[in-house]
Design a protein around this ligand. Structure first.
Ligand code: 5GP
Length: 211
């Protein structure tokens, strides 16, 4: 019997370029977890190789603003001139199906989720150094120098909010970072407030069945 029926919401956050996506992909390779990725909506243009409906839902500002008005987003933020947000309906559905729902979002949005869903697990992924972050952003080659600077400035502000998270994971090595997250998820599932009801239900059902 599954003790914990409702899924866990896992918020992976931290500065742009820190490797949140790579860590998330390593996490999804782990066996024994029913992870599902919440595909975000954005008004930024697709990068080479990005696919609509897989990497993001790419929409116009008008369409995004309609979602805001309709209260269809769990959170949203404006990041370096573009909107990014999490569609609410899918997250709710996956959680009710008992899945581990992973959001990969910037810090402002993560803090909104903290308000809306305080029982989620909040992970701050940090770079081993500023230089490492800069090198990563540069090697991605998708930003011009002004956007690169904006992303580094934003990262400085995001570092100051790391204390608002449940856990800090330094992405010095992707495999290590993913392993630490798996350990955290296991521990979170075992927390009494998450598992007690399911456990008591199981004992009661067992008693009823005369075992
Ligand atoms: P990028 O343009 O590099 O794909 O994303 C820029 C930043 O927006 C990254 O830090 C990324 O994690 C974040 N982001 C992606 N999707 C969302 C979302 O749905 N909500 C928020 N708040 N941030 C997001």
């Amino acid at each position: 019997m599954k003790l914990n029926q409702r899924g866990l919401l896992i918020v992976i956050s931290g500065p742009s370029g820190v490797g949140k996506g790579t860590v998330r992909k390593a996490l999804f390779e782990e066996q024994g977890h029913d992870f599902v990725y919440s595909i975000s909506m954005t008004t930024r243009k697709p990068r080479v190789g990005e696919v609509d409906g897989i990497d993001y839902y790419f929409v116009s500002r008008e369409e995004f603003e309609k979602r805001i008005k309709d209260d269809a987003l769990l959170e949203y933020a404006e990041f370096v001139g573009h909107y990014y947000g999490t569609p609410k309906d899918k997250v709710e559905r996956y959680l009710s199906e008992g899945k581990e729902v992973v959001l990969e979002i910037e810090v402002e949005g993560a803090l909104q989720v903290r308000e809306a869903m305080p029982d989620a697990v909040f992970l701050f992924i940090g770079p081993p150094s500023r230089r490492a972050l800069y090198t990563r952003l540069l090697s991605r080659g998708s930003e011009d120098s002004s956007t690169l600077k904006q992303r580094m400035d934003k990262a400085e502000r995001e570092f100051l909010l790391a204390h608002k998270y449940d856990y800090i994971i330094i992405n010095d090595d992707v495999r290590n970072a993913a392993d630490r997250i798996i350990a955290i998820i296991r521990a979170e599932h075992a927390k009494t407030e998450r598992s007690i009801h399911g456990y008591l239900d199981m004992l009661e059902a067992e008693e009823k069945n005369g075992k």
